[in-house]
Design a protein around this ligand. Sequence first.
Ligand code: ADP
Ligand code: TRP
Length: 323
Amino acid sequence: MKRSLSGIKPTGRPHLGNYLGMIKPAIELQDQYEGFYFVANYHALNGNPKADQLREETYDVTASFLAFGLDPKKSTFFRQSDVSEVTELCWILSNVVSLGDLSRAHAYKAAKDKGVEGRLNLGIFSYPVLMAADILLYDSDIVPVGKDQIQHLEMARAIAKRFNHIYGDTLKEPTELIKEDVAVVPGTDGQKMSKSYGNGIDPLLPSKQLKKQVMSIVSDSKELEDIKDPDTCHIVALYKFFASAEELATIKENYRKGGYGYGHAKLALLERLESYFSDARNEYNRIRPDLGYLEQTLNEGAAKAKESARVVLERTRKACGIQ
Ligand code: ADP
Ligand code: TRP
């Protein structure tokens, strides 16, 4: 069976962009692929989070994945740091990556351009190497991610190629799986939805807070009676992910007719989100306080992940002569 792998940093509860761009596609693959999905807590360390916060957010992400439908019997779900083999592979790989390539990585360049060079740490600089290690350690075939991760996948492939060129065929070259329609989900301000832009919609929030986020979606200043353009509206852009073809056609027609306000559209979106995520929200609230269950799931996942990781790590150690 081919393998699918992806990770997400524990830096807050997943938003709709994370859900549509990565979590949902990953979960959809769980019947056809051997899935390896993990909470990338080593990666989150580069922001120097408080220890308690990192632990709690690791549980938030774990409970979210399970609530959204990940079946830990079908896919292996684990905490990155529980398979510390990845740090050894990262070290080995760091010797076949050029500083030039790393300094062209988007995340590093963006941090540098923001003028925060003094606060840049080695973890940020070598982020793509650890990510390559995550992927290559499990002989992954495909990696479901949003569009912003393409460069990281290209680097992982280049690193595998380079290692194989030097030491012979050892590491499998992965391919990204990016669904075009959800490649970049817009946030409440129309920019890419991102935890760092404060423009997220968290579908697991209680109703009142979810409503507040939906109501904050930015629109233009057209009045209720005005004719509106559904194709440039952020509300419709989100609505289409949760509506049937018929519902989408109706809302578009309402926009073009006039007499239908952005407030109406927001309430329609809210109603769709409430119903789509109702079960997930209940499940999240049920399992999130049960740390025993979350730990058990993570530990069982780590044990399975370790078995695979050891095989690839041993092969890699032998190939380069440290074993
Ligand atoms: P953020 O940008 O909010 O910090 P992450 O970097 O943790 O999100 O992303 C986790 C996963 O979710 C990645 O696969 C990423 O590509 C995907 N993703 C994040 N934001 C979006 C978005 N707005 N649209 C589509 N996919 C997204
Ligand atoms: N860099 C990814 C993100 O910010 C998270 C991640 C870490 C990842 N390791 C990975 C994604 C391996 C896919 C495969 O979202």
